[in-house]
Design a protein around this ligand. Structure first.
Ligand SMILES: Cc1cc2nc3c(=O)[nH]c(=O)nc-3n(C[C@H](O)[C@H](O)[C@H](O)COP(=O)(O)OP(=O)(O)OC[C@H]3O[C@@H](n4cnc5c(N)ncnc54)[C@H](O)[C@@H]3O)c2cc1C
Length: 263
C-alpha cells in the first residue's frame, strides 16, 4: 500500500460504451507508443501508477489491452483538476498521452485481455461505491434522528410528528435493505459465483439510489439548516450524488442486470 494507482478506462468519446475506446498503443520494439486521452480519472496527476485500457488491436473489446503506466513516463501529462459538485477531496482529471513510451513489460495479462481485466475490476468497485453510499446515508440518518430529538416546532419535538416518524422509519428500512443487498453481493463477488456481476450491479443500483434518497430526506428533515454549510447534509448530498453516475451509471447497471436475466 505504498503506491496509489488510478483506473483509466473512460475517454471523452466513450463513457458507458467503454469498449469503443480509442487511445492507441502501437508496438515499437520493446515499447508501446501511446496517443490519446482519458477523461474523468480519479487521482489524475496524484497517483503513482495509471492502469490504462488501450487499443492494441481490432475495434471492440477484443482489441483492448491493459498497461500499468508510471507517473514519470515521458509523453504522459494531466489536465487541470475538474471543478465538481462533490467528491472534492479527490482530484478528477484528464490523463493525456502524446507519444508516451511504455515498456512492453508493463502489459498486464496478455494483449487483448484488457477489457476483461477492466470489467473484472468493476464488480469489486461497484461494491465499494455502494458501500460509500451506505456510509453517507447512515451518517445522514443519524444526524436527522439527533436533530428531530432536539428541534421543536408548534410546541413539540419533530420526533413527535407521526408524518416524520413514518418518513424516518422508511429511510431506516430502505437503508437496511440496501446494506443486506450489498453484503450479499460482496459475498458473491468474493466467492466468484456465476451471478456475481449481476448482484454487484443490482446492489450498486439499489444502494446508490437509496443512499441519495435517504440523504436528501435527511436534509429535508433539517429544514433550512440542512441547506447550510454549518451542517454536514449539503456536503453529504453533493458527495453521494455521483455514486449514481460513476463505476457505470445506474442505467448501465439495469442493462447488465437485464442481460444476465435474459441469458
Ligand atoms: C467524479 C468522477 C470520477 C470518475 N472516476 C473515473 C475513474 O477513475 N476512471 C474511469 O475510467 N472513469 C471515471 N469516471 C467516469 C465515469 O465512469 C463515467 O462518467 C460514466 O461511466 C458515464 O460515462 P459518461 O460520463 O461518458 O456518460 P455517457 O455514457 O455519455 O452517458 C450519458 C447518459 O446516457 C445514459 N446512457 C448511455 N448509454 C445508455 C444506454 N445504452 N441505455 C440507457 N442509457 C444510456 C447514461 O446512463 C447517462 O445517463 C468518473 C466520473 C466522475 C463523475
Amino acid at each position: 500500500m505504498e503506491k496509489i494507482a488510478s483506473y483509466c478506462l473512460t475517454e471523452p468519446g466513450s463513457g458507458s460504451d467503454a469498449a469503443a475506446l480509442r487511445t492507441k498503443a502501437d508496438r515499437d520494439g520493446e515499447f508501446y507508443i501511446l496517443n490519446g486521452s482519458k477523461a474523468f480519472i480519479s487521482g489524475a496527476g496524484v497517483s503513482d501508477i495509471y492502469l490504462t485500457m488501450v487499443r492494441t488491436g481490432e475495434e471492440g473489446p477484443a482489441g483492448i489491452s491493459c498497461l500499468a503506466i508510471e507517473k514519470d513516463t515521458p509523453g504522459l501529462s494531466f489536465g487541470k483538476p475538474e471543478e465538481k459538485l462533490g467528491w472534492r477531496s479527490q482530484p478528477t482529471g484528464a490523463v493525456i498521452f502524446e507519444n508516451a513510451r511504455v515498456p512492453v513489460e508493463n502489459l498486464v495479462g496478455a494483449e487483448g485481455q484488457g477489457f476483461k481485466i477492466a470489467m473484472a475490476g468493476l464488480d469489486g468497485g461497484r461494491i465499494n461505491i455502494a458501500s460509500c453510499s451506505l456510509g453517507t446515508a447512515q451518517s445522514a440518518l443519524d444526524h436527522a434522528l439527533e436533530y428531530m430529538r432536539q428541534r421543536k416546532q408548534f410546541g413539540r419535538k419533530l420526533q413527535e410528528f407521526q408524518a416524520l416518524q413514518f418518513k424516518i422509519a422508511d429511510m431506516a428500512t430502505e437503508l437496511e435493505a440496501a446494506r443486506l443487498m450489498v453484503r450479499q453481493a460482496a459475498a458473491k463477488v468474493e466467492a466468484k459465483t456465476p451471478d456475481a456481476s449481476r448482484w454487484s450491479a443490482m446492489a450498486k443500483r439499489f444502494a446508490t439510489d437509496v443512499g441519495f434518497d435517504v440523504v436528501n430526506q435527511a436534509l429535508q428533515l433539517h429544514g433550512g439548516y440542512g441547506y447550510l454549510r454549518d451542517f454536514p447534509l449539503e456536503r453529504n448530498l453533493r458527495d453521494v450524488r455521483v455514486h449514481q453516475i460513476l463505476e457505470g451509471t445506474n442505467e448501465i447497471m439495469r442493462i447488465i442486470i437485464a442481460r444476465d436475466l435474459f441469458d
